[in-house]
Design a protein. Sequence first.
Length: 224
Amino acid sequence: MTNSIKKVLVTGASNGIGFDLTKKLLAEGAEVIAVTRTGKVGEYSHPNLKVYQGDISNAESIEKVAQQLEEAGIKLDVLVNNAGVGLDLGDEVPTADLLNATFATNTTGTVLFTEALLNSLNDGGQIVFLSTAMALLRNAAPNAPAYRMSKAALNMYAVMLSQRLAERKIRVTPLHPGWVQTRMGGDTAPVTVERSVNGIFKAITENTETGKFWNIELDTLEDY
Ligand SMILES: NC(=O)c1ccc[n+]([C@@H]2O[C@H](COP(=O)([O-])OP(=O)(O)OC[C@H]3O[C@@H](n4cnc5c(N)ncnc54)[C@H](OP(=O)(O)O)[C@@H]3O)[C@@H](O)[C@H]2O)c1
C-alpha cells in the first residue's frame, strides 16, 4: 500500500538526514516545506520546495511557522519531526545545562511544534518522529543521559498522540533511523544517509501502523 505524500514538512532540513530526506521527497514528487534555523537550505532550491525560518526550541518561532502555514492555506499530509540535538553523547553525568538544552529541542520543542501544527495536518496523514533505539529502555547504557531521556520522553508522547489522533486516522511513527553518517552520527557510523532516508521514505509510504516504533536498520517494527 502506498500512503499519500503530497505535502510534507521536514524540520531541521539544513543538514544530515533532514536535508537528504527533503531531496528524496522532492525527487519522489512531493511538495516540501523545510524548516531551518537560517531560513535557507544552503544554496539548494527546487520549484516544489518552500523554506521557512524556524527554531523549534523557541515558542515564538514555532507560532510564526504555524501562522505562515495557516496564512498560506497549506494542509500537510506528513509532518517529519527531524530536528534534534545530541549534546552529551559521550558523557555519563547529566548536567542541568545539557539536560535543558537537549530537552528544549528534542522534547519540549518537538512536542510544542507538533501541537501547533495539528490543525494544519490532513486527516489520514502521518506524524514522524526521529527518535533513536538508544531511547528504548532495554537498550539503556550509561552514556548520553540527556539525549536518551529526551528521546524516551518523545517516544511516550508519540504513543499518547497516536491514541489522541486515532479518530482523525493520523498515523504517528517514532523511528530509529539507524546509526547514520551525519554530523551527529559521525564518520564511523555504519549506515549511509541514503540508506537511512530510503528507510524513512518506506516508513512513510508503506507503514500503515500507528503508535509503533519503526527501526530502519532492522527494516521493521520493533517493540518499545
Ligand atoms: N545520525 C544518527 O546516527 C542518528 C541516530 C538516531 C537518531 N537520530 C536523529 O535523527 C535526527 C537528525 O539527525 P542528524 O544525524 O541528521 O543530525 P545533524 O546532521 O546534526 O542534523 C540535525 C538537524 O537538526 C537541526 N536542528 C537542531 N536543533 C534545531 C532547532 N532548535 N530548531 C530547528 N532545527 C534544529 C539542525 O540545524 P542546524 O544546521 O541549524 O544546526 C540540523 O539541520 C535527530 O533528531 C537525531 O536525534 C540520528
